[in-house]
Write a protein that binds this ligand. Structure first.
Ligand SMILES: [Mn+2]
Length: 338
């Protein structure tokens, strides 16, 4: 950490900072310039609390040199991490499109969904059994019965499943149903107790970006999961909230190259919740793949008009098929496959 002292800081104030640094077991290097004194803290700077240093008399500001996240940082792990999801690789050269309905509704709807997802060429399936809804009076998901329906439909077509965990009390049930990828939704990105719990198991976790979260907060949330021992983390950008009201959220495509630089873990995009309208999904999907995303999480419903949740943004089976063909073209241009 580098600490810049105020112009005119006294020797006693400089000594006070040096003393504080040493109290935490680090060494201090004092560099006196003509106008300012700069103090370098040498050692594991994660032990130093920036707010505490900034509050010391005579300190103008301080900055960390080392990133506050470690396990998820590319700094410490140069190669891309490829996560194995029941034999399906995510994070390697092959791009994965995860298709499926917003929510699990009926056995027929799930059977049709699984068939169409498979036919379109997707290798993984999404679907929500527990739904975080803005209003407590709208459909909340089928719950455990939904997990059962999902598991059966997906197994028939040999598709690993992705579904959202909202409550830590359901984790055992998720393991019982052998959920292949646990999704942590945007509203829970900073539910640290939930993150710690999924950090203790070894199932892959899709960590969606909080709708108002910075990149650094998102990386720190992933670090919570990784710190527990589970390094199978997939980042999912799903649009952030801005002042714009035309679309549901703003898809932050910039997050893809930034995350690729900061972390070795896979990065995927959810174009459905970003745009909020089915007609935007193909364009946003193409942008995501072109920007270097390792996969997409796309909502597809056998009959979008009849969907119990997010009907506006679901592709129909033919649209998903057409999208897959387009994306294959883009993938080949950038040297990847789908
Ligand atoms: Mn949805």
């Amino acid at each position: 950490m580098i600490i810049v002292m105020e112009n005119g800081a006294t020797d006693a104030q400089i000594d006070g900072v040096v003393h504080k640094i040493k109290e935490f077991g680090l060494d201090a290097n004092v560099s006196r310039g003509t106008e300012r004194t700069v103090i370098g803290a040498i050692g594991d700077e994660r032990k130093l609390d920036q707010e505490m240093i900034d509050a010391l008399p005579g300190v103008e500001n301080s900055m960390h040199i080392v990133k506050p996240y470690k396990i998820v940082a590319r700094e410490w792990h140069k190669q891309n991490t490829v996560i194995d999801i029941k034999g399906v690789p995510l994070g390697g050269n092959q791009i994965q499109i995860i298709g499926g309905p917003c929510s699990v509704e009926t056995p027929e709807q799930m059977e049709d969904s699984a068939r169409f997802v498979k036919e379109a060429g997707c290798r993984l399936m999404r679907g929500g059994a527990f739904k975080p809804r803005t209003s407590p009076y709208t459909f909340q998901g089928k719950g455990v019965e939904g997990l059962d329906l999902f598991r059966k439909a997906a197994d028939k077509y040999d598709l690993p499943i992705v579904t959202e965990l909202m409550d830590v009390r359901m984790l055992d049930t998720f393991l019982e149903y052998d959920v292949d990828v646990i999704q942590i939704g945007t509203r829970n990105m900073q539910n640290f107790d939930l993150l710690k719990e999924v950090g203790r198991i070894n199932k892959p976790v899709i960590l969606k970006r909080g709708m108002s979260a910075t990149i650094s907060e998102w990386l720190m949330s992933a670090e919570y999961i990784a710190a527990g021992g589970n390094h199978n983390i997939i980042f999912c950008e799903r649009g952030i909230r801005t002042y714009e009201t035309y679309y549901r959220n703003v898809l932050d495509v910039t997050a893809v190259p930034v995350l690729k630089k900061e972390t070795h873990l896979p990065v995927i995009i959810d174009p459905s919740h970003a745009g909020g309208k089915a007609w935007m999904v193909p364009a946003l999907s193409r942008a995501a793949i072109a920007a270097g995303a390792d996969g997409l999480l796309v909502e597809m419903h056998p009959k979008p008009c009849e969907a119990w949740c997010d009907a506006d943004q679901a592709l129909n089976p033919d649209e998903l098929k057409a999208l897959m063909a387009e994306l294959k073209g883009i993938a080949s241009v950038i040297g990847r496959s789908i």
